[in-house]
Design a protein around this ligand. Structure first.
Ligand SMILES: Cc1cc2nc3c(=O)[nH]c(=O)nc-3n(C[C@H](O)[C@H](O)[C@H](O)COP(=O)(O)O)c2cc1C
Length: 346
């Protein structure tokens, strides 16, 4: 039986276990210049020390106005690379692999003056009116993703995750609710995402996998369903995506936490659906913080990997605690300086 602690390989990415820290914005940049600081360093390294196999750094802007707020991370200029390098080196030193989530918030960029979007449709009545991107503007942003990915490779990340979920820019382009353009990017709603995937693929080493996060379903009236999501995933896969990280929502009031009725494993069926229809590896995410729940997703082959978000915010040692609870910890997995801790061993 494959369990949470079995290694996993995808192209050149080699993980020691199936436990993923999903991207979670910290809103903790101090100088508003997008550069990661000590908070980010400690935050990510502590999850590596805690046994997490794969860490995905929070949504990081490929353009200053592509951030949700000015307190979010960026990777839009070469001067930001060295601060990212501190994080990747630190995480690698403690045995985990690390990706970065590249994103652009589009109409959901709260501090942008004005935000840009495929079409001039505001998120809600309280949000700023976005400016519709010109064709040149669209193409410049595709280049910004390419450059962001190039910098990510230079910074030592093991791979890149494109943020195509939660109502941010790529999602805004492929959703009929937010893209009413008349040019080719509106006639073919998947064209922007496809071009971003190809641009990023271009600068990644051939053996480096490319990940993409998607919302497999929208939660508003007239929103798309999982069958529609399958079609854009198919296109993005043909363009070069190797694994989908399956989330949902974000285009309306219900965000990535699935809303008040989201119970344990609320998005697993969506991940399973995309995995089996496209024969593609997936990360399942969403209220999987009960150890047995996470273990079952992997053991029952519903997903290759499981991401634990809020569970890892409250417990940096979630992976070590899961191992203890699910049969006792292998002594080799305890960080050496913590050997005298009180561990339930095998
Ligand atoms: C504080 C916080 C920040 C988040 N930021 C991001 C983000 O940067 N990118 C993203 O794709 N999802 C983001 N999410 C969503 C999480 O990655 C995850 O999908 C969600 O919390 C559901 O998983 P969980 O139930 O294990 O927490 C965020 C969630 C939280 C709680």
């Amino acid at each position: 039986m494959t369990d949470l602690f079995a290694p996993y390989e995808l192209k050149a990415l080699s993980l020691k276990n199936r436990i993923v820290m999903p991207p979670m914005c910290q809103y903790a940049v101090t100088e508003q210049d997008g550069t990661p600081g000590d908070w980010h360093l400690v935050h990510y390294i502590s999850r590596a020390v805690g046994g997490t196999g794969f860490i995905i750094v929070e949504m990081t802007g490929v353009h200053p106005d592509g951030r949700i707020t000015n307190r979010d991370l960026g990777i839009w200029e070469d001067g930001q690379i060295s601060a990212h390098r501190r994080i990747t080196d630190g995480v690698h030193a403690y045995g985990a692999k690390i990706a970065i989530q590249l994103g652009h918030a589009g109409r959901k960029a709260l501090d942008a003056e004005p935000p840009v979007a495929p079409s001039a449709i505001a998120f809600d009545a309280k949000s700023k009116q976005p400016q519709a991107l010109s064709r040149d503007g669209v193409e410049q942003l595709i280049e910004a993703y390419r450059e962001g990915a190039r910098r990510a490779v230079e910074a030592g990340y093991d791979t890149v995750e494109l943020h195509g979920a939660h109502g941010y820019l790529i999602h805004q382009f492929h959703s009929p609710l937010t893209n009413t353009r008349e040019d080719e990017y509106g006639q073919d709603l998947f064209l922007f995402g496809e071009k971003v995937v190809r641009a990023v693929r271009d600068v990644l080493p051939a053996e480096m996998p490319l990940l993409m996060r998607v919302s497999a379903k929208e939660y508003v009236d007239g929103g798309y369903d999982e069958n529609y999501a399958l079609e854009f995933c198919r296109r993005y896969m043909e363009a070069g995506v190797d694994l989908f990280h399956v989330s949902s929502g974000g285009e309306g009031p219900i965000g990535s936490n699935g809303g008040p009725n989201a119970g344990p494993g609320y998005q697993v069926a969506l991940a399973e659906f995309i995995r089996s229809a496209l024969h593609v590896p997936v990360i399942a995410v969403g209220r999987l913080d009960a150890y047995e729940e996470a273990q079952a997703v992997v053991a029952e082959e519903k997903a290759e990997l499981v991401a634990i978000g809020r569970g890892l915010l409250s417990d940096p040692y979630w992976a070590l605690h899961a191992e203890e609870a699910l049969g006792g910890i292998d002594s080799a997995h305890v960080p050496k300086p913590y050997e005298r801790g009180v561990w339930k061993r095998k």
